[in-house]
Design a binder for this molecule. Structure first.
Ligand SMILES: [Zn+2]
Length: 146
């Protein structure tokens, strides 16, 4: 058995699928060929390592919980509003409402600022009008006729 034949039989040798004479020829070549011996050690070692791995086991009650959840799957008719179309429609409506709410909030704030400015202006004007009243009433103190 040459190197190419030996490497082609790695799987069969690993699974003990070689007939006795081929197995002897395989082992004889691997024992006498450092290149094939190194590849065989790496190949068989990797598969031995994989074979030693223990598959994770599900937790206690996993099957029961899974079956219960499958039984609890929502009926499609009672949750129609969770359909993608309705979800997108609700998301769009919410986005519009938030935008409009923000705009109206800004308008209310703007209106409120205008009211404050008007009140400030009116108060200032009120003071000025009172000054005019005092000036207009000065003639009463001096006895002049208006
Ligand atoms: Zn070889």
């Amino acid at each position: 058995m040459n190197c190419q034949q030996t490497k082609a039989n790695f799987d069969e040798r690993l699974d003990n699928q070689l007939d006795p004479s081929s197995r002897v020829a395989f082992d004889t070549h691997v024992n006498g060929c450092p290149g094939c011996a190194a590849e065989w050690r790496a190949y068989s070692g990797a598969w031995t390592f994989v074979g030693q791995q223990v598959a994770p086991k599900p937790s206690v009650g996993f099957a029961e919980r899974t079956l219960r959840r499958l039984d609890e799957t929502m009926p499609t008719q009672s949750r129609f509003w969770l359909a993608p179309v309705w979800r997108w429609a609700m998301a769009g409506t919410l986005a519009i409402a938030m935008t409009a709410g923000g705009w109206f909030g800004w308008r209310v704030q703007d209106t409120r600022q205008a009211e404050v400015q008007a009140e400030t202006y009116a108060m200032a004007q009120q003071d000025r009008l009172e000054d005019f009243d005092v000036v207009a009433a000065l003639h009463l103190l001096s006895g002049d006729s208006p």
